[in-house]
Write a protein that binds this ligand. Structure first.
Ligand code: PCA
Length: 326
């Protein structure tokens, strides 16, 4: 018996040695992200990292650091650009101040379904990649959040009902909406959102049912209006120099796993989007379509924001919208 175990044991050791190949050649990357470990984006990154490790024969190991523990959401992009981390994930529109192109997916009511969102992404992808390249970053993949709706502590049937609300923003666009509806906007990243809700710092916000679910929003907010205003995307990218330092087969492994992660991510986001809303209902929230008044009010605010965006984005933005609307 013990002889058999010994034989099995040495076979395992041998197997491990063969699988690991030349042990010294392993590269390690850190990948900070800002969302909880059981969020669908985070689970998708974990699956991506696993696939990279197996496709590269163990040559590249990616350690995921979710929940903004390594860097806060707004700091991740710079951390990767400066090589403090090798790869990272952020909400693209967090960086709209650097370039309007990063805000194209949060122009209200421009792309409100998964299909439209995909079309807008394909139209804007070359410009996003080019901008990232100018910052020393290589795009790996993007995945959208479910459509954005309105959460509120009190019932909202028209825009005026939001006057004076304590409005949580997650980027410049949502902050401007808060201003436009006469609310008091405060920027709170998701990692601090549960706390802000619990302490009453926030009484209304626009985000996805996914994030509502992640922060157990029903504990303080009873109303959700399924406005479907836009689908913001998270992007996963890598420091270009870190990527260039890999051998060709490992680079190919990364790009192959990235393409698979993009496809899987869009699929899961689409499929789970209804599930998330069902969970809100199951927790006792009132989940409703917006009233015609509320919808019209948001559309009016949205038109102004869309015009502002186009003015900033200039002819480049116009060209992308031209491709999108074809
Ligand atoms: N959740 C993120 C961004 C968009 C979304 O649906 C958040 O609320 O921070």
């Amino acid at each position: 018996m013990s002889g058999l175990i010994r034989t099995l044991g040495s076979a395992l050791v041998l197997g491990t040695l063969i699988a690991a190949g030349p042990a010294a050649a392993q590269t390690k990357w850190n990948l900070p992200s800002a969302y909880p470990v059981d969020n669908f984006h985070t689970e998708n990154i974990a699956a991506f990292a696993k696939e990279v490790e197996s496709l590269s024969g163990g040559k590249l190991a990616i350690t995921l650091h979710p929940n903004a523990v390594l860097f806060k959401a707004p700091e991740i992009k710079r951390a990767v650009a400066t090589g403090q981390a090798q790869a990272g994930e952020v909400l693209m529109s967090l960086h709209e101040n650097e370039d309007p192109i990063f805000g194209i997916d949060v122009v209200p009511f421009l792309a409100t379904s998964y299909d439209q969102s995909k079309k807008l992404w394909l139209a804007s992808k070359p410009a996003v990649e080019k901008k990232l390249a100018s910052q020393g970053l290589k795009l790996l993949y993007v995945v959208p959040w479910p459509p954005q709706g309105l959460f509120s502590k009190t019932p909202v049937t028209k825009i005026d009902d939001l006057k004076g609300a304590k409005w949580r923003a997650y980027n410049v666009g949502t902050s401007r909406i808060g201003d436009a509806v006469g609310a008091q906007a405060v920027t709170v990243q998701q990692a601090e959102l549960a706390q802000a809700l619990a302490t009453g710092v926030v009484t209304a916000l626009i985000t996805s049912a996914a994030t509502g679910y992640d922060v157990k929003i029903w504990e303080s907010i009873p109303y959700f209006y399924d406005v479907q205003a836009w689908l913001p995307k998270n992007m996963v990218f890598v420091n270009q120099a870190a990527f260039d330092a890999l051998d060709k087969p490992t680079q190919e492994a990364v790009m192959k796993a990235a393409a698979a992660a993009e496809e899987r991510g869009w699929k899961v986001s689409t499929e789970k989007s209804k599930w998330y809303m069902d969970q809100l209902t199951a927790k006792g929230m009132k989940v409703e379509a917006p009233s015609a008044d509320l919808k019209a009010g948001f559309e009016k605010v949205g038109k102004q924001l869309a015009a502002d965006w186009l003015k900033k984005a200039g002819p480049d933005g116009e060209a992308i919208l031209g491709v999108y609307s074809k």
